[in-house]
Ligand binder design. Structure first.
Ligand code: GLA
Length: 382
């Protein structure tokens, strides 16, 4: 892969590039908690985006994507949103930097990826993080990884119109091999949690559902959480986010039959589940971890309503099977992957069985992979 990247770069631009890698991510637990000032427990995976770059003297940005076999060129002085999805993340990163006064000049880039797109493993955050990390090197900007994560989040807000939290970019930049990150999204303090699952592995199962309304529904969920906070605030003015709110406060301030109550109830529980999951992992108590995954799925599906019938199908199917400790939908929802905690000896037979039934019952292709946890963004060659 890196050889192909180098060769493509030298064919197009006749020079040696420097190469940066930024990974995709899984999230063990803590869904939709990042924009509620809560905890998340994500981890970088060993698949991601590679970007080869060098500076040029012609004041242009020349971008080539190997996967899309597409070249895009524009002047560094005239950057604006295009109708090419992948290009926007790169241009968005440059614009965010330029708006903050960083001096970005012409450069060439070739991009390649081994991350599935739309599977909920944050390929867009990986692309933005890779671009920022590469530009930081190329133009000696002196940016730290946390600052880059904040800039990458702004790119998503301004260029993709998704009012997302910081989990995906933070993980892509800060991940550590064989560790998850317990991140406190209120102040970005974090600790690395060693992941040792004994005979178990995490497996991603891809529904191959790409929901076109996902970003609208995501922004709407965010507003519903804010509405819940406003209601509680009228009685408890010190409250700033769902992180500060208990179940008792919710029930006191919001009618229990309302949608807002359902949404907030799920998130308050989900924030607590992250703490319980870290405890279970540190005690190697995979039974408790698995049951937290099922609980999370149940509430995200029925209360937060960000699942879809295919995600529910996959979780419901594996729940009956020997060797499965837990499963849940992962990421923003409405499609993408489920995360499954499965005994090594059962993985291959489970995958075969689930694929056969999913493809018939849901009439969509099924794919899956065993997750390995890798490092965050890094320089591969200079
Ligand atoms: C998407 C967003 C994240 C996070 C998850 C849900 O991946 O980009 O910020 O909110 O959904 O946990």
């Amino acid at each position: 892969m890196i050889e192909l990247l180098k060769n493509t770069f030298s064919q197009l631009f006749k020079e040696e590039p420097s190469i940066v890698f930024a990974p995709g991510r899984i999230n063990i637990i803590g869904e939709h908690t990042d924009y509620n000032d809560g905890y998340v427990l994500p981890a970088a995976i060993d698949k991601g985006i590679y970007i080869a770059t060098n500076r040029n003297a012609d004041a242009h940005v020349n971008l080539f994507s190997i996967e899309y076999n597409e070249l895009y060129t524009c002047s560094i002085a005239e950057l604006s949103k295009t109708n090419i999805h992948w290009v926007n993340y790169v241009l968005g990163a440059i614009i965010e930097l330029k708006q903050r006064g960083y001096d970005i000049q012409g450069f060439n880039a070739v991009i390649t990826s081994n991350l599935p797109v739309g599977a909920g493993v944050s390929s867009s955050a990986a692309l933005t993080s890779a671009t920022l990390f590469a530009l930081n090197q190329l133009f000696s900007l002196g940016l730290g990884k946390t600052v880059m994560a904040k800039f990458a989040q702004q790119v998503e807000h301004h260029f993709a119109g998704v009012n997302c939290g910081i989990m995906d970019m933070f993980t892509s930049l800060m991940g550590k091999e064989n560790h998850a990150i317990q991140l406190d999204c209120r102040d970005l303090s974090y600790s690395y949690v060693p992941i040792n699952l004994d005979s178990y592995v995490f497996v991603l199962m891809n529904t191959n559902v790409k929901h076109s309304l996902a970003s609208t529904a995501y922004n709407q969920r965010r507003k519903e959480c804010e509405a819940g906070v406003a209601l509680v605030k009228s009685k408890y003015p010190e409250v700033r986010s769902l992180r500060d709110i208990s179940l008792a406060m919710l029930t006191e301030c919001i009618p229990v039959t309302s949608i807002i109550h359902k949404r907030c109830f799920c998130i308050v529980n989900e924030i607590a589940r992250v703490v319980s999951a870290v405890d279970a992992i540190s005690k190697r108590d995979l039974v408790s971890l698995g049951s937290l995954l099922y609980q999370a799925h149940d509430e995200l599906s029925h209360l937060y309503e960000v699942s879809c019938k295919e995600l529910d199908y996959l979780v419901g199917t594996v729940q009956q099977m020997e060797g499965v400790m837990g499963a849940r939908m992962m990421g923003g929802g409405f499609g993408g992957c489920t995360l499954n905690l499965i005994h090594k000896d059962f993985v291959s037979s489970i995958i075969t069985t689930v694929k056969a039934s999913y493809e018939v019952d849901c009439k969509l292709p099924f794919d899956s992979f065993i997750v390995s946890l890798g490092d965050g963004a890094k320089l591969i060659t200079n």
